[in-house]
Design a binder for this molecule. Structure first.
Ligand SMILES: C[S@@+](CC[C@H](N)C(=O)[O-])C[C@H]1O[C@@H](n2cnc3c(N)ncnc32)[C@H](O)[C@@H]1O
Length: 215
């Protein structure tokens, strides 16, 4: 039986949110298994299907807070670097910097964190703040995904993998075509743990093979 929220002082929208949280099987499972959020299961599903992270991978987690993707990644490999605009409670084995990915100079900060190595896996669960105006929100999402792609051009090893959140209609065909040229396989994937009503979907691009680069 579903649990109900009885606090009369709360607005209906807050009651709905709390009711959804306390009845959500993935929220309960995350709590039981020690993950910081239900998002952990999205990466677990992606990993089970595409095997993107290997034991010796260097992983960069963009938009990592509260940290469940980093928790999942560090269980598989020994090298995880995470960034977010928000603080993140430390996770053993994961290095973290607080930085806005979109600000000028963010790549320099991340190069320092990577100590001039490249990553084998780039994860991005970032979503821009939306304003509700479809055209503007669409542009923001496209800009963000394009910047993630620029990040790959600088920081992803040949043979590396990318997972990035996009939204239905959020991957411009030009960008998608570009990705298809640079990666051996590019797939859209909606994990079962991603809420049906959410328009989020993940783009999983494997085996990076940029023209003119051997390493
Ligand atoms: C859905 S949450 C990520 C959840 C995370 N994958 C987890 O498993 O715990 C998205 C995160 O992206 C971050 N974010 C959004 N835009 C960002 C930006 N421009 N730079 C850095 N982080 C950003 C937000 O602060 C938020 O913490």
């Amino acid at each position: 039986m579903k649990k109900q929220v009885r606090n009369r002082k709360l607005k209906q929208s807050s009651k709905n949110w709390i009711r959804r949280q306390i009845n959500d099987p993935y929220v309960i499972k995350a709590k039981n298994e020690g993950y910081r959020s239900r998002a952990a299961f999205k990466l677990i599903e992606i990993q089970n299907k595409f095997n993107i992270i290997k034991r010796d991978s260097i992983v960069v987690d963009l938009g990592a807070s509260p940290g469940s993707w980093s928790q999942v990644a560090i269980e598989i490999c020994g090298n995880v670097m995470a960034i977010d605009l928000l603080d993140m409670r430390p996770i053993s084995g994961v290095s973290f910097i607080k930085v806005d990915f979109l600000e000028e100079g963010s790549f320099q900060k991340m190069a320092e964190m990577l100590r001039n190595r490249r990553a084998d896996v780039i994860l991005s669960d970032m979503a821009p703040n939306t304003c509700g105006i479809t055209k503007i929100d669409h542009i923001k999402i496209v800009n963000l995904v394009e910047k993630v792609y620029e990040f790959c051009e600088v920081f992803l090893n040949v043979g590396g993998n990318l997972v990035t959140k996009v939204f239905h209609g959020g991957t411009e065909s030009t960008l998608l075509n570009e990705l298809k040229k640079q990666f051996t396989k590019v797939k859209h994937f909606k994990p079962r743990s991603s809420r049906k009503e959410s328009s989020e979907i993940y783009l999983v691009a494997t085996m990076y093979r940029p023209a003119g680069r051997n390493v």
